[in-house]
Design a protein around this ligand. Structure first.
Ligand code: MRU
Length: 360
């Protein structure tokens, strides 16, 4: 498989593996301008918090190329560019990596003050490639720290897809599993199918299976029973945004899994880069939760699965309270409660420049 996020500087095209088509086929989606990328994010061609951040950084390059010509004054061009960046940052509201990486690109433009659009494009191409590389390195470090928590024989339940496909490569929650297995530990995975868009079935099962990790698919509503039967030893999930107090937004269903894990004495871990920590969001109640179209729930593919006239509620994420989280695995190590303190310290110590700038 080619890289799932790739920027072709010569043609100014962002090439994305179209995750809607997996696992049936590996097709690529070509973003030639910001409109293409906005569509790709809305429609889940690319998804997963860190991957959204990386794609958005490359999206800034697309936006700069688009606004380089055709305006009567540089000021008009700059205003048009800002409007495109604002639109891009707002496409999906929960994953903080999306606006954060655009903020990082804006900051570097402000600091370096390039005098032409060509200079800006070059500056942003370099920075977005750096963001892409950094995310891969950070994932490997998360994997190394998280692997210490797993022992041979563990059966890890995971929800949605927090793997290579959700990041620039390697993955957060799945990265921990890859790292543990690379260290010779016998780890098996239970993947929740993740209604309504089936990221667990289509993406997690796909990438684990390709990488030789034993994986069993289960319906989302099987989790409590499996835990009661002693079939799950740990839970590992990713994150879309971690509030300052440790409350964590992730795919809808994660909260219920965490409650169930607590009831059965099973440790529940979050694996996420510090770029997902948002110290400006005080608690989970302050995290904006994306609502997606009803049709994702009322239809299965092209087939309607409930009577005409019945509506659906489709929150894409929920928030797991910090009290249910045994540890947050980051590139700097595993953080423990009280998260208000451990997160602030970690961000101050070594988080990305962007994460640091959100310190209160
Ligand atoms: O709606 P999605 O597929 O973008 O949701 C993704 C998740 O919830 C992931 O668990 C999260 O982004 C972490 S990815 C490393």
């Amino acid at each position: 498989m080619k890289p799932h996020i790739r920027f072709d500087g010569a043609s100014g095209t962002l090439v994305l593996l179209d995750q809607r088509m997996l696992p049936a086929s590996e097709e690529y989606f070509y973003c030639r301008d910001t409109r293409d990328l906005i569509y790709a994010i809305q429609e889940m061609v690319v998804r997963g918090a860190p991957a959204l951040g990386v794609a958005a950084a490359f999206g800034c390059v697309l936006a700069a190329r688009e606004t380089a010509t055709g305006f009567s004054s540089p000021r008009e061009g700059a205003e048009a560019l800002d409007a495109l960046l604002d639109a891009l940052a707002a496409v999906r509201p929960t994953a903080v990596n999306l606006p954060r990486m655009i903020g990082r690109m804006r900051k570097i433009r402000q600091d370096r003050n390039p005098s032409t659009f060509a200079e800006l494009v070059a500056l942003w191409e370099t920075e977005s490639a750096r963001i892409h590389r950094e995310d891969q390195e950070v994932n490997r470090r998360i994997g190394a720290h998280g692997a210490e928590l797993l022992v041979s024989g563990d059966v890890v339940l995971t929800h949605c897809n927090a793997g290579a496909l959700a990041t620039a490569g390697f993955g957060t929650a799945l990265g921990v599993i890859y790292a543990a297995r690379a260290r010779g530990k016998d780890i098996r995975v239970i993947a929740c199918e993740t209604r309504p868009l089936l990221q667990g079935a289509r993406l997690t099962a796909y990438e684990l299976h390709r990488n030789g990790v034993p994986v069993t698919l289960v319906c989302d509503n099987a989790c409590a029973l499996l835990m009661r039967k002693g079939m799950v030893s740990k839970v590992l999930a990713g994150a879309d945004r971690i509030a300052a107090d440790g409350d964590t937004a992730n795919k809808i269903g994660t909260y219920g899994i965490a409650l169930s894990a607590q009831a059965h004495g099973i440790p529940f871990y979050i694996a996420a880069p510090l770029s997902t920590v948002d110290l400006r969001t005080p608690t989970g109640d302050d995290i904006p939760i994306e609502e997606r179209p009803e049709s994702e729930v009322t239809y299965f593919g092209s087939r309607r699965i409930c009577p005409e006239g019945v509506g659906a509620c489709n929150f894409a994420f929920d928030v797991t309270p910090a009290a249910l989280i045994a540890g947050i695995i980051t590139e700097l190590g595993v953080l423990h409660p009280p998260y208000g303190l451990s997160l602030a310290r970690a961000v101050e110590r070594g988080g990305s420049k962007e994460a640091r700038s959100t310190l209160p």
